[in-house]
Design a protein around this ligand. Structure first.
Ligand SMILES: [Cu+2]
Length: 530
């Protein structure tokens, strides 16, 4: 066992071994000393009463048809577009809301639509004028208590991450270390590989320390790579619906911050409970992304089931049918829905509790209206593709990643870390070798969190540049249906993933996609080296 507590590398062992050196004496002291702090932390973390808001919505918005965001599409092999991050008031949830941050005034932002092999020429302007607006803090009952070592840039510092995209992490591509100050702009210029999976991705800012606020305030948009599940022969000509789920709270015509999850609203493409038309017997492809800062959605559709064909932008190799889908922050699912008999059916989130400040309420997201002439259902095959070769190929390295949170007793502030370290952009990354496959064990160490005055919460793991396959949970093999770039890890759970690094070199990050956790340090660097 290799204990490199002062090393900047992750704990690396020849075989996965979850036993780490723990200073038992220190832990005992912390445990004993923590009783008073636990109460404080519960208050600081905002254990608010469960929301009593009904799911009922204003009649004026209940029947508006679902709209899709405006599209910036590539043409002739190039996407040439301009995004302007702005603080102008925005139309969302059926009203004009101030205090939002949006791309080009749209909530959600314009959908970027590209093809594999396209060149992206994207200019992003930073017009985030916060002088007139309060700096939002979306998190209830807690301020952003960054560790002293962390440097937090101004709240309107901007960059752009292309979530889930298998592209270079270097400039002028998916480089999340760069930062554009207010008044500046950045010209992205990179190529999407010709063999890039087709599916649903999204883009959002990624400047460490200010991401949670910016995404909560509205800086997020969809990115569609053509192809993939949408081109399954059985779905040729089927109606496709792009859906972006996002949380918001509004008070007196302004974006409200510090509102408990149980009291937030959930928008679908910026609308409250729009209607979605479908014929009886018609099969549609719904492409759904969670672009909120930290909400969880547990999707269900009254009287209907979902046949899942893609996850996190990549077509599954095996489709499956389910009644509910858990969608942690950052995740996307693409599934078919076939209208049964005429009538109205609620598309809902059933509610999900990701921890003491993650009590996401049940809500109606949309109403599916089945009406019109009878259509012929489409049947998606079970076998869609072959799994990637790395699923059964050799593993060159195994790594262990421990996600935990607690309290710094000296300042009584929360911390969030990976293998005992809060994020530092300048720290050397864990080096992984180009062309190899590794296994990572991701451990949500709720014991350490609880012992050190934190709380037990879910942590949705996300990594940039390359996707992965989940192979085991708590030591038990799991059946994988496809690749993914977000996996939710429950308190105490150990999730084993397998990941290949085939194309790109450079430094990037992996992190918890509850963005309050990321902003507070639950992120680490890795570097793909030749
Ligand atoms: Cu987390």
């Amino acid at each position: 066992m290799n204990h490199q507590h002062d090393s900047q590398d992750l704990h690396t062992t020849d075989t996965i071994d979850s036993t780490e050196t723990i200073d038992q004496g220190r832990r005992r002291v912390l445990l004993l000393g923590m009783f008073g702090t636990v109460g404080t932390s519960a208050a600081a973390f905002g254990l608010l009463p469960k929301n009593l808001l009904a799911d009922s919505l204003p009649a004026s918005t209940a029947t508006a048809p679902l709209k899709e965001p405006i599209v910036f599409a590539s043409s002739g092999g190039t996407l040439q577009a301009t995004l302007r991050a702005t603080t102008k008031a925005t139309s969302v949830a059926g009203q004009l809301i101030s205090g939002t941050m949006t791309y080009n005034g749209h909530y959600p932002g314009p959908t970027l639509q590209v093809k594999p092999g396209d060149q992206i020429l994207l200019k992003v302007h930073n017009n985030l004028d916060l002088t007139a607006a309060a700096t939002p803090n979306p998190h209830p009952g807690a301020t952003h208590n960054h560790a002293a070592a962390m440097t937090v840039p101004p709240a309107n510092t901007l960059n752009t991450h292309f979530h889930g995209m298998h592209v270079s992490p270097l400039p002028k591509a998916d480089d999340i270390y760069l930062a554009t100050p207010f008044g500046g702009s950045y010209d992205y210029d990179f190529q999407i590989p010709a063999n890039h999976p087709g599916g649903l991705y999204w883009y959002h800012p990624h400047v460490h320390g200010v991401v949670d606020n910016q995404i909560y305030a509205g800086l997020a948009g969809l990115l569609v790579v053509e192809g993939g599940a949408a081109q399954i022969p059985a779905l040729q000509g089927a109606r496709k619906r792009l859906m972006a789920l996002k949380n918001i709270a509004i008070a007196n015509g302004a974006l409200a911050t510090g509102v408990a999850p149980a009291d937030q609203l959930h928008t679908l493409n910026g609308q409250l409970a729009p209607s979605i038309g479908i014929h009886p017997g018609e099969t549609q492809l719904w492409q759904v992304a969670n672009i909120g800062n930290e909400p969880y959605y547990k999707l269900s559709l009254d009287g209907h089931r979902f046949t899942v064909v893609a996850e996190d932008g990549a077509m599954l190799w095996e489709s499956y049918t389910t009644d509910t889908l858990l969608v942690p922050p950052g995740k996307r699912f693409e599934f078919t829905v076939t209208g049964v008999k005429a009538g109205s059916y609620a598309f809902r989130t059933l509610g999900y509790n990701s921890g003491p400040f993650g009590d996401w309420r049940a809500a109606q997201l949309a109403t599916m209206v089945v009406a019109g002439k009878l259509d012929t259902p489409r049947t998606v095959p079970v076998q869609l593709d072959e799994p990637p070769a790395y699923l059964t190929g050799p593993i060159v390295k195994r790594r262990y990643l421990r996600f935990s949170e607690g309290f710094d007793l000296s300042t009584n502030t929360p911390y969030f870390d990976i293998n005992g370290k809060t994020f530092e952009a300048l720290r050397n990354g864990t080096q992984v070798k180009l062309g190899t496959t590794e296994e990572w064990l991701i451990y949500n160490d709720s014991n350490r969190s609880l012992n050190e005055g934190g709380v037990a919460e879910d942590h949705p793991f996300h990594i940039h540049v390359n996707s992965f396959i989940v192979t085991e949970i708590d030591g038990m093999p799991v059946k994988a249906y496809g690749t993914q770039d977000v996996v939710n890890v429950l308190p105490g759970q150990k999730v084993l993933i397998r990941m290949a690094f085939p194309d790109f070199i450079g430094k990037s990050v992996f992190h918890c996609h509850i963005l309050f956790h990321e902003d507070n340090g639950m992120m680490a660097n890795f570097e793909i080296v030749p």
